[in-house]
Design a protein around this ligand. Structure first.
Ligand code: SF4
Length: 373
């Protein structure tokens, strides 16, 4: 079966001991049965009972008290690879950060934003937009996905979150139709429809304080379990303290916040090409990853908006704390950690949305509130 790759894919190299946020710490590293068999055959064998345990029906590496993989040496290299070669590590470790989604007649490979080397690749493209393959398939879901990616990468006169909001509105329209025709769908994503929507959005005057407050609450909610499990503490603890202080402050009218938000947006603007690459990549890899229904597309766009809002809110808090220290490395770290924290399975995404909101599918107004343009 043919596998399609985005243009940046082949350039990926793991930076191993130079990695600033290694994937060998602070998250679930699963170990497949074949790896366990290979471990048992090593000389000396690796005792899987010592180094793994079963969580939610899955065998995973038992991290040490510092939440680091026990095979990671002080020089940040993997002891299993050093002593026995690449084949000794689990499939998860060999494949990360690559992912592949299978469709009826082709497969699509991409890289995940949970790895700093991937973010570096996108950042190195600077103002040149990433290129994603357009499979030669005459279907409405693939058309919608291409239209959203093109909008994110090409409509540079609009904020990425505004484009996501417009696309969310258009998919809602399509979702309401029982049997949408191709003509209807291409009308929805036509230049004329985008212009009309943007004109309508420009007439709205969203309250920046409400938006910042909601994104703040969202960030705190996403952090709760990681705080309990003491994961990502170095990054999360000061951030959540700042978020809590900000939420308390915002219960009173806050005069300085709109000006601060605008100043942050100006500082953040230099990373907009990177954010467009990130969002386009996520639409490419996740919009059709589970089912190709419009309901699933709405769920995945909501999740992407939620992730983006959490990244942006973290960076707002980091910028507020020290505008002069706001750097590419901070942006990369926020992207990597928030994406690791929110890299849920499909079922868990549905469960989180169903448990955290009145209904699985949001009103457009709530999507726009998180977008906060
Ligand atoms: S996060 Fe990426 S660059 Fe860092 S060790 Fe893992 S695969 Fe390599």
């Amino acid at each position: 079966m043919q596998t399609l790759y985005p243009d940046y894919y082949a350039q990926f190299r793991c930076t191993a001991d130079k990695c600033p946020i290694t994937c060998c710490q602070e998250w679930k590293i699963s170990v497949d049965d074949d790896t366990l068999k290979r471990w048992a055959a090593l000389n000396p064998p690796v005792d899987s009972k010592l180094f793994t345990y079963v969580q939610d029906g899955q065998r995973v590496i038992a991290l040490n008290s510092r939440h680091v993989c026990p095979f990671l040496e002080k020089n940040k290299l993997c002891r299993l690879v050093l002593e026995h070669g690449e084949d000794a590590i689990s499939e998860t470790c060999q494949v990360f950060p690559r992912e592949t989604h299978s469709f009826a007649d082709h497969e699509e490979a991409s890289l995940m934003p949970c790895c700093p080397a991937v973010i570096d690749l996108w950042a190195a493209q600077d103002a040149t937009p990433l290129t994603f393959p357009h499979p030669n398939i005459d279907s409405i879901p693939f058309f919608i996905r291409s239209a959203i990616i093109d909008a994110i990468l090409q409509q540079t006169d609009r904020l990425p979150e505004q484009i996501l909001s417009a696309c969310f509105y258009m998919i809602q329209e399509i979702h309401r139709k029982k049997k949408p025709t191709k003509v209807f769908v291409s009308d929805c994503f036509s230049e004329k429809s985008f212009c009309q929507l943007y004109d309508a959005m420009d007439d709205l005057s969203p309250d920046c304080i409400d938006s910042v407050l909601e994104c703040n609450e969202l960030l705190l909610d996403l952090s709760v379990n990681y705080q309990k499990e003491q994961l990502y503490q170095e990054w999360l603890t000061p951030l959540t303290q700042q978020a809590e202080t900000l939420s308390e402050l915002l219960t009173e009218p806050e005069e300085e916040l709109p000006a601060q938000w605008q100043a942050f947006r100006t500082a953040f603007a230099q990373y907009e090409p990177l954010m467009r690459s990130y969002l386009a990549n996520e639409v490419y890899s996740e919009l059709l990853s589970f089912e190709d229904t419009t309901k699933h597309m709405l769920v995945r766009l909501q999740w992407l908006m939620l992730q983006y809002a959490a990244v942006r809110q973290s960076l707002f808090l980091i910028w507020q704390d020290s505008p002069e220290a706001f750097s590419y490395e901070k942006v990369r770290e926020a992207l990597v950690i928030i994406n690791r924290m929110t890299g849920y399975d499909e079922e868990d995404i549905y469960e989180y949305l169903e448990n955290s909101f009145e209904s699985l599918l949001w009103d457009w107004g709530y999507f726009a509130l998180l977008a906060g343009f």
